[in-house]
Structures are given as structure tokens and as C-alpha cells.
Design a protein around this ligand. Sequence first.
Ligand code: ASP
Length: 333
Amino acid sequence: MKKRILIINTGGTLSSVSSENGLVPGLSSHEMIEELQMVSKDLELVTEDFSSLDSANIFPEDWASLADKIGMVCGDYQGIVVLHGTDTLAYTSSMLSFMLQNIPIPVVVTGSQLSIAHPVADAMENCRCAIHMAASGHPGVFVAFNRKVMLGSRVSKVRTMSFDAFESINYPNVGEISSLGLHISKDTLPVKKGIFRIQAEYSEKVFLLKLFPGINPDVLDILQEQGYRGVYIEGFGLGGMPFLKKDFISEVRKVVSRGMVVLVGSQCRYEGSNLSVYETGLEALKSGVLQAYDMTAEAAVTKLMWVLGQTQNPREIEEYFFVDLAREVTIPD
Ligand code: ASP
């Protein structure tokens, strides 16, 4: 019997067409199925249109309904492919990695830099990789792009135009397509840690703040007054923050003591943060911040949203940031 793969289309460049207002998502999955079937003759493809959106218009409620949808149908398929715009794809794949706890089948998110309707597009190649990963039998949330398979919780969009738009950050690729076919490195795959559960609750009361020299610390107070419960701060280098003149760390201490969750990582994309090296990091740690270590910004923000949707208990929130839920983080020993 042929393996059944569900293709869920959310929009993005892959399904886009030209319009008076520029490129807009337009093709339905039904209009694409013939071409998709060409790269997956040995599989039964079923398509479904979830939305037709530029991914700049994807919101957290879309992540939750996508997760619910996947949870509802995953028993009927051997794998699922999600077609998505590339701009916010890494946020979606990160959040799905948290919401689809211990998903028993592969869920592979992909998109393209050129529409499937374009003769030299990367769309078919990315779909081919995604569909075959979806049929691989390896459970988890992945991203397929430019002949690479990456963990959904580790990707970032790093290029705006090239076909090699995504990288797996601080983590090896899970798989690659070469003359060996689709080769998967087994030790990079997600590890099942419990029962399969859809946990789609989240909080939108989070903020992403990138430090720059001279930043006014009052911003934290303002966020808290506005009801924000968590902030992910991209600090300098290993995660440092200023405490002279405009004393940012004192303000951090203040908002943390009033219940704000402050997660700190690095502005540098590679190699992660470590607040235990410099005084500018150690002082931040003493003020009660949590560490993002080597997480991508996309994983840090979505993990913060997700954790705050699971619990209000400060001890449990802290514990969530000391565990690796979906291989999104390397916690040092
Ligand atoms: N603006 C598009 C989107 O994210 C870009 C793409 O899909 O490549 O929906």
C-alpha cells in the first residue's frame, strides 16, 4: 500500500501569482497537486488549503489551529508537509515543535524563494525533499529547504534571495539530499520524551528586545505596565547588558521581582550565550534572568510564548528553561 502524505498549504511565495499589488499567494493546493505528484509517484498525496497568506500575515492563533489540525488528522497519514511562506517559517516550525509534543509522524515545513509557477523555481526541489522526509518514518517537526532537512526548532531564515535561505543554527543538519539519496543522520533526530499531546496554549504577552548602546532601561517598565509577562532580550556578545550610566540591569532586577520573565540570549547568531563569563552577564544572572543559551531568536520567542501558555507558576516557568523540549537548546552540564 502507498504511504499517504497530507500536504497542508498556508500560502507564501511557493503558491504565489503576480498581481497589481505585487506577488500574492494565489494557487490552491489543488492547482499544484499534479506537479507535486510528479516528484512523489510512489506516494499517495492528499492536499488541503489551510490559508492563502503571505507569512508576514501568519499570527499565533494560526500556529494553534495548525497544531490542532495536525493533531486531529495525524493518525490518518504517514507524514505531513506544510507549505509556508519563508519569512516567518522559522517561527512556525519552532512553535510547532513545542505544540506538537512527541508527534508520532514527520511534519515537514517547506516553502520556496520562487513560485512553483516559475520555470526555474526552487519550489519543486523543496517540495520533493519535504515530501520524501515526510515519508521517511522519522517523527518530529522538520524544515526542508535547498536539499537540506533541518530540525524545526533550530532553523533561521538567513538569506532574503538565495535558494539557500535557511540554516540550522548551532545544530547539524538532520539530513541532506546527495547522490546517496536522502541521507539522515540518526543521532540528530528528535528524541521521544513522553506521550503524544497537542499543547497549543500560548501567551501573546511577550516582547523581543535587541539591546543597543545607550538603550533607555525604562522600556522594561513600560512593557510591564502594558501587561507583558515575558521578554526575550538579545544581549551583547555572550549576552552581556549595561549596568553603568543608564543601568539596564537594575531595571531588569525590578521587573523580575515584580513577576516578569526575562530570558537572555545573544545578538550573535552562532555559538550561543553564556552569562557566566563577564561581569555584565553575571550581574544579569544575579538579577534573576533565565538563559537562552544557543537557541535561535525564533525558538526563544516561541518557547517563551508557549511556556507562559502552559503555566503561571514561576518555579515551573524556570524549570522549562532548564530543559530541552525539542532539541531547541543545548543546556550546558
Ligand atoms: N513574503 C513571502 C512569505 O513569507 C516570502 C516567501 O514565501 O518566500 O510569505
